[in-house]
Design a protein around this ligand. Structure first.
Ligand code: GRF
Length: 215
């Protein structure tokens, strides 16, 4: 990606879209060399879609329920994304497992945020899992996506303390604040062309040695 060209992003959501909102606002407030080319949801009632429309962003909804199987949905989703010619595709609360065929089309350009300190607690109910395991720290991870769900080269992680009286809601809320910071920081690095996925499978961020966030 040339540094003069804006870094084009397509963001995929399934619901509220607060991570997407924080990315859009960071790009605007920090005048980043990036633009959200489109926000795509897999549900018509995804609240974030309405917000994105109000911002004047291109939006699209592909209802996964309308498809007979995962691969036909993923094929249409890939086509919808490609028309916006993104440099990166950001999964921000996109609650769908993607087929390897889809993931491989976007190798090195597909990024996800997961609400746990991977490799701990892949999958769903991560906050409850952290509480049940009596963790004193909980976290979130931004990583490149590989065909293995909630797995892949880690770009950055953030952690928050778990309080003795936390329930899923209080813990999720505390973590969400750092999720927003984390994903926005990643977009800042992407916009500046600082993130390199090395042949070793590790991630290097040029000019940055410490990239863990603590609440
Ligand atoms: C976030 O906690 C994200 O990590 C998880 O789903 C939630 C989505 O929240 N995958 P939002 O839609 O970004 O508000």
């Amino acid at each position: 990606m040339s540094l003069n060209k804006k870094c084009r992003l397509v963001i995929l959501i399934s619901g509220r879209g607060s991570n997407m909102q924080s990315i859009v606002e960071t790009i605007k407030n920090k005048h980043l060399n990036a633009e959200v080319a489109a926000v795509i949801a897999n549900k018509t009632d995804a609240k974030g879609i309405q917000w994105a429309q109000e911002q004047g962003l291109a939006t699209q909804v592909l209802e996964h329920k309308q498809y007979v199987d995962r691969s036909s949905f993923d094929a249409d989703l890939a086509q919808a994304i490609q028309q916006y010619e993104p440099d990166y595709v950001l999964l921000a609360g996109f609650m769908r497992i993607l087929t390897p065929e889809f993931v491989e089309q976007f190798t090195g350009r597909l990024i996800n945020i997961h609400p746990s300190l991977l490799p701990l607690f892949p999958g769903l109910n991560t906050h409850q899992q952290a509480i049940d395991a009596q963790m004193q720290w909980h976290g979130c991870t931004v990583h490149f996506v590989t065909p293995v769900v909630d797995h892949g080269p880690i770009i950055t992680q953030g952690i928050v303390p778990v309080h003795h009286d936390d329930d899923v809601n209080t813990l999720a809320q505390r973590l969400l604040t750092i999720e927003h910071q984390l994903y926005s920081q990643v977009v800042e690095w992407l916009a500046a062309g600082q993130i390199c996925l090395l042949d070793t499978g590790r991630v290097q961020i040029q000019g940055v040695s410490h990239r863990a966030f603590v609440a």
